[in-house]
Design a protein around this ligand. Structure first.
Ligand code: ATP
Ligand code: MN
Length: 251
């Protein structure tokens, strides 16, 4: 019918715009037809006003800067349906009561994963852990608060000189404890997944975080503790993985 045709036309116009955008150095592989449709929906819903440049090209997702409503800046994380490590993603979904009975095919796993990152951000926030504010999720596309400024996203803990490592460590330790109390283990926590902005530490990349029901939750927590402890002990903080883990369990 006419309305559907009109919608199709609008959509292909939008898609062509995206493809043509000079500052949009997108890999062809990220943007299958359904991903364009998801972005289009986010634009129509007013969550994305205009795309900016890429921030990062990772193994399973690309992150872009974009303009949100009312002059806000947002980060748009687009997961690849053809993620190379989808088998591993599937393993991380195991035992999670929120995603019981999902189908095991590539597409379902990646879409569930995107949803999971969104839910994890909400849960972490509710637990008082500073993470980017989750804004919207559509298929394999996640919109969240941009940490940092336009064209100047926040650096990771790895990339900055830390004035007071002891204080920074205590903040991260408290985040880990709160997350654990809220039933989550980050699972990939290190100086690379914590960004620094205006004196605040912000935990990112929380898609792989598992609930404490996961069969490997204990191992993941230990690994997180090892990573965090190794980083801060290099900066002179008196800590090791075991004592950090102990602190999280006991407090
Ligand atoms: P990797 O495989 O490198 O860990 P990833 O695909 O898992 O990456 P993230 O770690 O979530 O993706 O993001 C990649 C990079 O993008 C981060 O290191 C950070 O620099 C930037 N980034 C992600 N989310 C945000 C955000 N909300 N605000 C600012 N920068 C962000
Ligand atoms: Mn990361």
């Amino acid at each position: 019918d006419r309305i559907a045709r009109e919608r199709d036309r609008e959509f292909s116009q939008f898609r062509d715009q995206l493809k043509d955008a000079e500052d949009l150095k997108l890999e062809e592989s990220v943007f299958d037809e359904a991903t364009y449709a998801a972005i289009y929906k986010l634009v129509q819903d007013g969550h994305i006003v205009a795309f900016g440049g890429p921030i990062s090209t990772g193994k399973e997702a690309n992150v872009y800067e974009a303009l949100g409503p009312e002059d806000t800046d947002v980060a748009v994380k687009i997961y690849r349906i053809n993620a190379s490590n989808f088998q591993q993603m599937r393993d991380y979904l195991e035992g999670d009561p929120r995603f019981e009975g999902i189908r095991g095919d590539k597409k379902s796993v990646v879409l569930t994963w995107t949803q999971k990152e969104f839910s994890n951000l909400q849960r972490a926030r509710a637990a008082g852990v500073r993470v980017p504010e989750p804004i919207a999720v559509q298929r394999n596309v996640l919109v969240m608060e941009l940490i940092g400024e336009e064209d100047d996203h926040a650096p990771t803990l790895h990339d900055v000189a830390i004035e007071n490592p002891q204080t920074a460590f205590e903040v991260v330790r408290e985040y880990m404890r709160r997350l654990y109390d809220a039933g989550l283990v980050h699972g990939d926590l290190s100086e690379y997944n914590i960004v620094v902005y205006e004196g605040e530490l912000v935990v990112i990349d929380i898609g792989q975080a598992v609930t404490i029901h996961h069969p490997n939750a204990g191992d993941f927590l230990e690994r997180d503790c090892e990573n965090v402890a190794a980083f801060f002990s290099r900066l002179g903080v008196d800590v090791d993985g075991d004592s950090l883990c102990g602190y999280i369990h006991e407090n």
